[in-house]
Design a protein around this ligand. Structure first.
Ligand code: 13P
Ligand code: ZN
Length: 269
């Protein structure tokens, strides 16, 4: 059977965009081994052929019912698959899944039975939340940036908005392009529902959250925007760490300068 990359060009464009971002995650040094995962809601690209396809896997239980996911389809990175491999060959390292009608499990429909990421419970819970509040958000990116994770090993940075303020103040772009700041999720077991629920609670306020001592999770309308927010935050972390390595505490932009940016760019916070 032909790959969906050949049979559905709209979907293929989305998948190649995911592959492009997967390559960036690897190049950035944020994606050791199978580190990180991406899911994208691709329902709008699904054609009659895909809708009528037989599943190529058993039904896999999500572990909870997510009612807003009725009739939805997702491209998911495979569990234990490498971002650097997904970048070259997305359909060997990820798969297209369909949520079953009872909204409590999913089945793989293409190209191969590549089992989705172990973080699928958090990812699908987030997608369910977006649809439930009529948000246009379709992409969830989780990755392991060294600089941002290192900062979560310092208790002072785990205080609410301590990291947001510090990272915003390092360079105007971070204030402008990650305008809702960086939420903090206290450590939870990877791939657990506790992690999923703690993340959901913060999404009303933030588009990007740190999973303490684990990684970052970013949500947006598309995968490139989700990547960009992590990229500007990591740039700020690099500026901070570079100043510290040179032996001084960076002054950061003043409150007045930050306020001026907020007005100039019409920022939400
Ligand atoms: P997966 O390979 O299952 O996607 O896990 C990677 C990861 O980063 C878990 O948090
Ligand atoms: Zn992880």
């Amino acid at each position: 059977m032909k790959s969906i990359l050949e049979t559905n060009l709209l979907l293929a464009t989305k998948i190649w965009e995911i592959a492009e971002v997967a390559g960036y995650l690897w190049q950035k040094g944020w994606a050791e081994r199978n580190g990180g995962n991406i899911t994208v809601n691709v329902t709008e690209t699904i054609d009659d052929d895909l809708r009528s396809r037989q599943a190529i896997s058993d039904k896999i239980a999500i572990g909870r019912t997510l009612p807003y996911l009725k009739g939805t389809y997702f491209f998911c990175k495979g569990t234990n698959k490498r971002m650097r491999d997904l970048a070259r060959n997305p359909m060997e390292n990820g798969s297209l899944v369909r949520i079953t009608d009872d909204c409590s499990s999913y089945e793989i429909i293409a190209d191969k039975a590549v089992k989705p990421t172990s973080e699928i419970a958090s990812h699908l819970s987030m997608h369910n939340y977006f649809i439930g509040k009529s948000s246009d958000y379709k992409a969830v990116v989780h990755t392991h940036p060294i600089d941002l994770i290192a900062m979560t090993h310092h208790p002072a940075f785990l205080q609410k908005d301590a990291l947001s303020r510090l990272l915003w103040s390092m360079i105007p772009e971070t204030r402008a392009f990650c305008p809702r700041g960086l939420g903090i999720i206290p450590y939870q077991l990877p791939s657990s529902f506790d992690l999923a629920d703690a993340t959901l609670k913060e999404l009303d306020e933030y588009d990007v959250v740190m999973w303490e001592k684990h990684g970052v999770c970013s949500v947006s309308e598309n995968v490139m925007e989700a990547f960009d927010m992590i990229d500007v935050l990591s740039k700020s972390a690099q500026i901070y760490l570079t100043a510290k390595a040179m032996g001084f505490e960076p002054t950061g932009m003043s409150d007045l300068q930050m306020e001026e940016l907020k007005t100039a760019f019409n920022l939400p916070k």
